[in-house]
Write a protein that binds this ligand. Structure first.
Ligand code: SF4
Length: 134
């Protein structure tokens, strides 16, 4: 794809500091989403509840998935929580915090499902210590 502002916006991304991270199939996209959620919850100033509590709750749900302890109900909760955090947070940090979750779900939902339904991380990143959830 063309790398300019309009092209990135069209696929739901943003032109931030100009940095770019390139990943291949040895990256687990659930773990990638968890990594960025950890960053957001650390950076949250705590002024508003949706961002302060929501990012932490989303981080905990993503951790559950990477450890093989999650159910499809957790995935549903993750998406609903992301919608709430995005639409009710006061500033851009909270409003954009769920973006890595939504974009990885949009393009790599199969990776979420393999963690939850089969207890497998095909990238070999997650330990899946909890085994497949029933
Ligand atoms: S959304 Fe902004 S104002 Fe609200 S807690 Fe997060 S960083 Fe603070």
């Amino acid at each position: 794809m063309t790398l300019d502002y309009e092209s990135l916006v069209a696929v739901g991304s943003i032109m931030g500091s100009g940095g770019m991270v390139v990943m291949d199939d040895t990256s687990c996209m659930v773990e990638v989403a968890r990594y960025f959620m950890d960053f957001c919850r650390e950076e949250s100033c705590g002024k508003c509840v949706p961002c302060r509590v929501g990012t932490t709750q989303m981080y905990m749900l993503l951790t559950k998935i990477t450890e093989g302890r999650a159910t499809l109900a957790d995935l549903d909760a993750l998406e609903k929580l992301g919608d709430m955090v995005r639409s009710t947070s006061l500033c851009g940090l909270g409003q954009s915090a769920p973006n890595p979750v939504f974009s990885t779900l949009r393009y790599f939902r199969d990776e979420y499902l393999e963690h939850i339904e089969a207890g497998v991380c095909s990238a070999g990143v997650c330990s899946m210590s909890g085994g497949a959830a029933s």
